[in-house]
Design a protein around this ligand. Structure first.
Ligand code: BGC
Length: 716
């Protein structure tokens, strides 16, 4: 991919001193120099800085950050380009995760939209906005598969499924990087956190993960493999260790797997301070040893801990790091800088963009991301209704934007209350005021036709370093639901959340549940679009909703124990736990519409096929008819799962292998076709070798992972 840039990079390297080379491997933040810009300018002039991260702290996802300032970046870049000996431009990075000025749904939410085209479009908008502020590199997409919703960062990733992770990787990268990172509207993306970070034990951030190699290849690697195939230019090494091996110090993960097996050609940046962390973990005795281990493992750029800049020269002198290894890391970084056209266009360009269009796209994506979990007929609401509105999130703004919102503004975010007022025609909204001892919720409810509760969790319980031990709804919100339930009116719960909560306790007391997530700038408008029927809900969960917090981990693509206890799929579920029902409250792929869909005529074009023919490229075509039998024109995400019945490695009870989101007019039927190929029917062994084994495969096509529509194919 970088072939054409290698010789140019080598030419530059041939002119560099060792110190200048090491400077290219050094990323720092401006913050410590904010009051001493002269010092920073001197470092840049000396060629000591390859990249600047535009954030003031490691946990930028939750700490308020300073504003971006393109003029300052251009001024600093001018020094790199015009005053440093070789004029190598710096690359400016910032965590533009799920939006910049316009904030889109967090990845766990937008995955539920199952709309890759729309996602790509929105990520393109993000790139355009970031560029206008001088940002050329983002630390996104986050591709960590996660089965534990206690983990605060589950909201930053695709959920529990590798196929969804891979699709998301492709869509986000296409959005950020376009066809080519040299396009004037492209920014460089970064697939993170490589790898296994989402498997943190107990959902505790940064914690140890225990992942066998076959599990790694089949569950955790696929999204990164897709990212590499899509041309991701950078990858971030993760903080965690896997079974005692810290990833940031591991040649196995960073070089053998990432580069040799997956074929990654860009550069690897460490997570913030992850190189120095090797000392705290007990792998290295000093920061110097950290630098030695990380560089030799395959970390090219050192984020913010000065391990490389302070130690690589003496490590070379001592023969512990070779100049060739340094040259290779510099070459990778220069290749990306050359490929993105940074040498020709080093400066940020304050381009205008159409903010309104971006907000419209954000509203559309938010509308498709929200998941209707329950509806006993109360939704959609009439715009002339009298609505009693209560709950802690009715006037909240910041949480709706979600964690990792660095540049979206709370004050520009519409609250749920305001959006309801905007949406109503002749209706009225009565608000519960709950300050001090004054709680008028019962009174306002008595005046209303329907009660809407704005529930959920703060963005501060999500994101980096913000895990929770209990994914239940807070006690006060449960009390509120209980109280409203007794009033004999219909009660609608709208949940603004960054993870699936365990809702069994309240589910029966709500007539409708709309899971609105933290969906960014347009969360409130999009939720109202659904509540009042302007948008027909179409989101489907990419993570299982357990009944109880104690049922974690609960995920759909588990294997069979061989005992009659496959609780997820309802086989003797009472045998999993003697004290509670272990089926999910809402399974993977689940989500309701205002219309109804009927699936019929599942067909397959062949009952059997030789493995060889499959390998040579022959496809299996699976088709199904989907009819819209209700009263709304609507979108449906049709999902295809396989189960490889017998294999040398236990295969999941269901594995998502394809989906299509289709629009179907009411009373219409659409035939949906899927193609299965060699790449869909196999798995990786513990060495990372792909294999497809002969035998029977069950194929399920339907509305979620519990679908019963089944056909078979035999591989001979
Ligand atoms: C986070 C990354 C982030 C980086 C830079 C780290 O603490 O884990 O996700 O990209 O900081 O802000």
């Amino acid at each position: 991919m970088y072939k054409e840039y290698r010789s140019k990079a080598r030419q530059i390297i041939s002119k560099m001193t060792l110190k200048e080379k090491i400077g290219q491997l050094n990323q720092i933040t401006i913050t410590p120099y904010s009051n001493d810009m002269d010092k920073l300018k001197q470092l840049i002039k000396n060629g000591d800085i390859g990249s600047l991260i535009l954030a003031s702290s490691a946990t930028a996802g939750n700490d308020p950050q300073g504003h971006v300032n393109i003029d300052v970046y251009n001024e600093l870049q001018k020094i790199a380009v015009e005053k440093s000996r070789l004029g190598i431009p710096m690359i400016f990075g910032r965590d533009v995760i799920h939006g910049h000025r316009t904030v889109y749904p967090l990845p766990l939410a937008s995955a539920a939209a199952f709309n890759d085209k729309l996602l790509e479009k929105c990520y393109r908008n993000i790139a355009v906005e970031a560029l206008a502020d001088g940002i050329r590199w983002t630390f996104s997409p986050m591709l960590d598969l996660c089965r534990d919703p206690r983990w605060g960062r589950i909201v930053e990733g695709p959920g529990e499924d590798p196929y969804v992770g891979a699709s998301m990787a492709r869509a986000c990268i296409r959005g950020f990087q376009g066809d080519n990172i040299s396009d004037p509207d492209s920014i460089v993306a970064c697939a993170k956190h490589y790898i296994g970070y989402g498997a943190a034990e107990g959902g505790k951030d940064y914690f140890h993960s225990e992942i066998g190699d076959a599990t790694l290849y089949n569950y955790f690697v696929p999204a990164f493999r897709a990212a590499v195939n899509e041309g991701i230019a950078t990858v971030m090494s993760s903080f965690n260790d896997i079974s005692g091996t810290p990833v940031t110090g591991s040649r196995k993960y960073l070089t053998d797997i990432l580069r040799e097996q997956l074929g990654f050609e860009g550069f690897v940046v460490s997570d913030w301070g992850a190189v120095a962390q090797l000392q705290h973990m007990g792998l290295a005795q000093s920061k110097k040893e950290c630098a030695q281990i990380a560089l030799n493992a395959g970390v090219d750029l050192d984020m913010c801990d000065y391990c490389y800049i302070d130690n690589l020269e003496s490590l070379v002198e001592e023969g512990k790091v070779s100049v060739d290894t340094i040259d290779l890391a510099v070459e990778r970084i220069l290749c990306v800088k050359l490929a993105m056209g940074l040498f020709e266009h080093p400066y940020g360009d304050k381009k205008e963009y159409n903010k309104l269009e971006h907000l419209n796209d954000a509203r559309e994506l938010a509308g498709e991301s929200m998941v209707l979990l329950k509806n006993n007929g109360v939704l959609p609401l009439n715009k002339n209704s009298k609505i009693a509105l209560a709950g802690p999130f009715m006037k909240e703004r910041r949480s709706l934007l979600g964690t990792w919102t660095l540049d979206g503004l709370e004050e520009e975010t519409t609250s749920f209350y305001e959006a309801i007022v905007e949406a109503l025609t002749y209706g009225e909204v009565f608000c519960q005021e709950m300050s001090g001892l004054f709680d008028n919720s019962v009174y306002i409810a008595s005046k209303a036709d329907v009660i809407v509760l704005a529930l959920g969790e703060s963005h501060l319980t999500t994101g980096e370093r913000n895990s929770v031990s209990d994914i239940s709804l807070s006690k006060s919100q449960i009390e509120l639901i209980n109280k409203m339930h007794t009033l004999g009116k219909k009660v609608v719960g709208v949940f603004f959340c960054g993870r699936p909560l365990a809702l069994e306790e309240v589910e029966g007391k709500l007539d409708a549940i709309l899971y609105a997530w933290h969906c960014g700038s347009e969360t409130a408008h999009a939720a109202c679009d659904i509540l009042f029927g302007d948008t027909v809900p179409s989101g489907k969960t990419t993570v299982t909703f357990p009944r109880k917090p104690t049922h974690i981990p609960l995920y759909y693509n588990t294997t069979s124990s061989g005992q009659p206890v496959n609780g997820y799929y309802g086989e003797n579920p009472e045998m999993n736990y003697t004290d509670s029902l272990a089926t999910p409250l809402y399974p993977f792929g689940y989500g309701l519409s205002y219309t109804t869909f009927e699936y019929s005529d599942l067909t397959i074009d062949k009952q059997s096929l030789s493995l060889n023919a499959l390998k040579q490229g022959e496809k299996i075509i699976v088709s199904i008819n989907v009819s819209n039998t209700g009263n709304f024109d609507a979108k449906e995400t049709v999902q295809l799962y396989i189960k490889d019945k017998f294999a040398s490695l236990l295969r999941p009870l269901r594995e998502l292998k394809a989906y299509k989101k289709v629009f179907i007019n009411r009373n219409d039927t659409v035939k949906v076709d899927f193609e299965l190929s060699y790449d869909d029917l196999g798995f990786y062994n513990e060495k990372g070798e792909y294999t497809v084994e002969s035998g029977e495969f069950e194929i399920y096509v339907g509305e979620n992972c519990l679908t019963k529509n089944k056909t078979n194919v035999n591989l001979l």
